[in-house]
Design a protein around this ligand. Structure first.
Ligand SMILES: [Zn+2]
Length: 268
């Protein structure tokens, strides 16, 4: 009887569970932006008040799947321009202190070591260096991919191997990395929930909110693709963060970025 029960239980078990975990999460400096008018992101609030934005990438080492890079930041070309590059429509100047490839080298990682590049969305401060990883599989929402390829200015080569998602996904089937569909800023925007053994859950929210006050007050930039979806996505993330006791890491919020450990240090 007991043996029969064991056989039945083994039949019920999933066929292949790739039991893995996130071993390390590195925060990489992927650029900086100085903006003259904060209210472009918070309509009617802090008009003509300047603000600095951090721009981070996140390198994740998974025990069985290897390295996944979340976002690639501002193009490495700007590392050669210490005075930065103006971005007139946003009244911004963008800077990059060091190329991403050089930052990766400081922790002994080569572009060929990166197996997956997952991007929150296709704005240039997030996809500036996607083409530096030609062998990686690009993970993004199908909707974002289709919009990017429909535009006359392609954000990156169309030759990348891709894994196109239609919503949320437990990426490696072990609960360590979960992509969350969070449309609004762009129609195929996504976020990433990371599970770390010691630090617990960390929610990388992409540009679901640009800085802390916008998150706290559910403020939506005027240029977002869809205001209602932007608010619904913030609510979705807040709900998941509460459920998992997750830290919310708002990528462009410079004060919280400054307080975080950057590579070569890491979180585990
Ligand atoms: Zn951004």
């Amino acid at each position: 009887m007991r043996q029969l029960l064991l056989v039945l239980l083994s039949l019920l078990a999933p066929v292949s569970v790739r039991a893995g975990e996130v071993e390390r999460l590195y925060v990489l400096d992927c650029g900086l932006a100085h903006a003259e008018d904060q209210s472009l992101w918070s309509p009617g609030v802090n008009v003509d008040v300047p603000i600095d934005f951090s721009d981070n990438c996140y390198l994740i080492r998974h025990s069985s799947e290897g390295y996944l890079l979340w976002d690639t930041g501002i193009t490495d070309r700007l590392a050669a321009l210490p005075q930065g590059q103006p971005v007139p429509p946003l009244k911004q100047i963008w800077y990059r202190s060091q190329p991403l490839i050089a930052t990766l080298a400081t922790i002994g990682v080569k572009p060929g070591d990166i197996r997956y590049v997952a991007i929150s969305h296709t704005h240039p401060d997030h996809i500036g260096n996607v083409d530096a990883f030609p062998d990686a599989t690009l993970i993004m929402q199908r909707r974002e991919w289709e919009a990017a390829n429909a535009s006359p200015q392609k954000p990156f080569s169309a030759e990348h191997k891709t894994e196109l998602l239609d919503g949320d996904k437990d990426l490696f089937g072990d609960g360590s990395l979960t992509i969350l569909s969070t449309p609004g800023h762009t129609m195929g925007h996504q976020s990433l929930l990371v599970h770390l053994k010691k630090s617990g859950f960390v929610l990388l929210t992409g540009d679901a909110a640009h800085f802390q006050a916008n998150w706290d007050n559910r403020r939506v930039p005027r240029f977002n693709a869809d205001r209602d979806k932007s608010i619904a996505s913030m609510e979705k993330l807040a709900h998941i963060a509460e459920e998992r006791h997750a830290q919310i890491w708002i990528n462009h919020d410079k004060p919280s970025s400054d307080a975080r450990r950057h590579a070569p240090e890491f979180y585990e």
